[in-house]
Design a protein around this ligand. Structure first.
Ligand SMILES: [Fe+2]
Ligand SMILES: [Fe+2]
Length: 221
């Protein structure tokens, strides 16, 4: 899949082709089975512990929030890839989006294993995040990369909070979040090393407020 995607980059697409490709990615992210890369689900070898009803509901709600976060991550990266100026920044955004697909697929599978569903507001999370990502890309690559770094830092904090709240014996959900935490930390480091600028504090605070709206909503629906 990666080869195919990178092979596509050597071709030239009209604006309409680009639009259709982005639309296809959006539909796959929100409604379909997004392409995953070579990694298997980190929960695969974990014991499927018996959870009582309260624990199951808690785990499902937390994994729904994480799935919604991954839908947003996809959209942010796709939006940024659309407007990034430097080709290598654009390629890095597309590569990161591909890696986030793994997280998306793992969280979705875990939601279903916990007899629950992903957030009904997926199209809203995608559309809003795509617009924010595209805007960040338009402002400039160093700010766009800084935005990625800050987003990933906030996601890591949020994952740590979820790891504290998950039932101790829900090893499957924990394994997924531990791997995601490692990956998001790496994404942040790559963004900074690629020239990401530190964002102003008011922007960071605004990002936290927006993220709170999404996480609170997705926890319930
Ligand atoms: Fe992720
Ligand atoms: Fe990430």
């Amino acid at each position: 899949m990666i080869v195919y995607r990178y092979a596509m980059k050597t071709r030239h697409y009209s604006p309409l082709d680009e639009f259709i490709l982005h639309l296809d990615k959006a539909v796959q992210t929100v409604f379909g089975k997004p392409p995953v890369i070579e990694r298997s689900n980190p929960a695969i070898d974990c014991d499927d512990a018996e959870l009582n009803e309260g624990e199951r509901r808690l785990s499902a709600s937390l994994m729904r929030v994480n799935h919604a976060g991954e839908v947003s991550a996809q959209a942010l990266y796709q939006g940024q890839a659309l407007t990034a100026r430097l080709p290598d920044v654009r390629d890095r955004m597309e590569r990161a989006a591909l890696e986030e697909n793994d997280h998306l697929a793992w969280c979705e599978q875990r939601c279903h294993e916990l007899d629950s569903h992903t957030s009904f507001f997926g199209p809203v999370w995608y559309t809003g995040s795509f617009a924010i990502g595209a805007l960040a890309g338009l402002i400039g690559d160093k700010w766009s990369l800084g935005f990625v770094a800050e987003t990933e830092h906030q996601v890591v904090n949020h994952l740590e909070g979820h790891l504290d709240r998950l039932p101790e014996h829900d090893k499957k959900s924990r394994a997924i979040l531990e791997q995601m935490k490692e990956d998001e930390t790496h994404h942040a480091t790559v963004a900074i090393e690629s020239g990401g600028a530190a964002l102003p504090e008011p922007v960071k605070r605004l990002m936290k407020v927006v993220s709170k709206v999404m996480t609170t909503t997705a926890y319930r629906v």
